[in-house]
Ligand binder design. Structure first.
Ligand SMILES: [Zn+2]
Length: 67
């Protein structure tokens, strides 16, 4: 299936039967992030963890929703 990244609008093809496609169809996740944006968010999250300003639990929850 074709999916559009919510951040950079790039359209990517993902496997119809991949876990991600399944989750999108079941509305367990409402948006798709391309690999680039995913990596960027992961990086930012790790950086924020390093600063210690954010609670680990909340960050983890946010990331789960994005993936
Ligand atoms: Zn993207």
């Amino acid at each position: 299936m074709q999916v559009k990244c919510v951040i950079c609008d790039v359209v990517e093809e993902i496997e119809d039967y991949s876990l991600q496609a399944k989750r999108l169809r079941n509305r367990k996740i409402h948006m798709y992030l391309c690999q680039n944006c995913n990596d960027r968010i992961k990086e930012n999250t790790l950086k924020r963890h390093a600063t210690g300003k954010f609670q680990l639990y909340e960050e983890k929850k946010k990331v789960d929703e994005l993936i």
